[in-house]
Design a protein around this ligand. Structure first.
Ligand code: PLP
Length: 421
């Protein structure tokens, strides 16, 4: 897991251009104290913190432009519409979509997956058909498919994983066949940090004309997203994982597929004409945005995407990789600590267990040192079942974390271990 010298030099040179002090200053919450100690925030995979650029965009929207969007003749409504639709344009560029019609604002990844499950997959499957997911999915990329299977008689198939927490690609190839009507796979596992080879998996699925949905909730904060390069049909992400607001995210889908899909919810905005005899649905993307959306959330999400682009993905990747290597080396020096998830390609998400200690106890004790980690099943119970653990502790690193954060985490864990054993 350690970088070799050549990698290190290159990483340090590139990381230098990434000004960590300036980045940290962008996040006001990082300067607060928790239980009297400076905050060390290592829970970004659950929800990342927001930079001033996002806070200001949301604040500015409410203070100066707030009104309901679309069809308003007054100036505020027009400004609000511009801000909301401008955010759609930003997200269109952020994921490399061909058209803004392909970008649907949702509440987040969970709603995006449910939308595809009910509107795309449910009408297309029946007994004998299969929906393929993987063993390392978040519950929000498992349960919507189980519901569709219950509703239609289709069956759920699961790509197994290895002890390192990598997908078994040989088994994956064997699971592909003409009965599979959808592959749904996470880009990065929130419980293990594994970066899955989604482009390669999509190419294999396409040999059987299988539509592919990627759960990008954990990828969006860490790497550039290019839906064309992946070759998938649907891509889902959540604002709050990528330094934006909660309650907002997107579903990207290929226009031809979205066009042919029935609406997911009915209500205002998703119609062109309503009478008691018939209703004509709106065009994309409005067809899938029933009701008043989270307008300020979309504006904040646009600001978050702009922020990530301005910081630059090269710098973020170099910084987080260097930190991941440092954290991995430092944590494995703790007696009795076992990493859960040791894939060759990992994002800066580190799950671990310490022999004889429940992760909740660890998390509670180090919280008193001002250190926020997550403990539990991480909404990925099948991953816990695979490793025979009730829970893990998870330190997830964002672009604002530092070696100093790790240097606070490790002694705090060592101290907690001594207290608990
Ligand atoms: N998928 C993954 C991999 C996640 O980590 C999460 C959140 O933890 C989700 C989906 C669900 O995201 P949200 O709760 O924002 O809908």
């Amino acid at each position: 897991m350690m970088l070799n010298v050549a990698d290190k030099t290159d990483t340090q040179v590139r990381a230098k251009r990434f000004d960590i002090e300036k980045i940290r200053a962008d996040f006001p919450i990082l300067s607060r104290r928790v239980h009297g100690k400076p905050l060390v925030y290592l829970d970004s995979a659950a929800s990342a913190q927001r930079p001033t650029a996002v806070l200001d965009a949301v604040d500015r929207f409410y203070r100066t432009h707030n009104a309901n969007i679309h069809r308003g003749v007054h100036l505020l409504s027009q400004e609000a519409t511009e801000a909301y639709e401008g955010a759609r344009d930003t997200l269109t560029r952020f994921v490399g979509a061909a058209s803004r019609r392909e970008v649907i604002f949702t509440r987040g990844t969970t709603e995006s997956v449910n939308l595809v499950a009910q509107s795309f997959v449910r009408p297309r499957v029946g007994p004998g058909d299969e929906i393929l997911i993987t063993h390392m999915e978040h519950h929000s990329n498992i349960v919507p498919w189980q519901i569709v299977c219950e509703q239609t008689g289709a069956s759920l198939k699961v790509v197994p994983m290895t002890a390192a927490g990598e997908l078994d690609l040989k088994a994956y190839r064997q699971l592909l066949n003409d009965s599979v009507k959808l592959l749904a796979v996470g880009h990065i596992s929130n419980a293990l940090g594994t970066i899955n080879p989604v482009a390669e998996m999509t190419a294999l699925a396409k040999q059987y004309d299988i539509p592919v949905l990627i759960d990008g909730a954990q990828a969006a904060p860490h790497m550039p997203i290019d839906v064309n390069a992946i070759g998938c049909d649907f891509y889902c992400l959540s604002g709050h994982k990528m330094y934006g607001p909660t309650g907002i995210g997107i579903l990207w889908g290929k226009e031809s597929l979205l066009d042919a899909m029935p609406p997911y919810q009915g209500g205002g905005e998703m119609i062109q004409y309503v009478s008691f005899e018939e209703t004509l649905y709106n065009e994309l993307p409005g067809k899938f945005e029933a009701g008043t959306p989270n307008i300020a959330g979309a504006v904040g999400l646009g600001a978050a995407a702009d922020y990530l682009t301005a910081v630059g993905h090269d710098g973020i990747i170099a910084h987080e990789n260097e930190l991941l290597a440092y954290a991995t080396e430092s944590l494995t020096a703790i007696a009795g600590l076992r990493l859960v998830g040791t894939a060759a390609h990992k994002a800066s998400v580190i799950s671990f267990a310490i022999d004889g200690i429940h992760p909740h106890d660890l998390g509670t004790i180090i919280d008193h040192d001002g250190i926020a980690i997550r403990t539990g099943h991480h909404c990925a119970m099948p991953v816990m079942q695979f490793f025979g653990l009730p829970a893990t502790a998870r330190a997830s690193l964002g672009l604002y974390n530092t070696r100093e954060d790790i240097d606070r985490l490790v002694p705090a864990l060592e101290k907690a271990r001594k207290m608990l054993l």
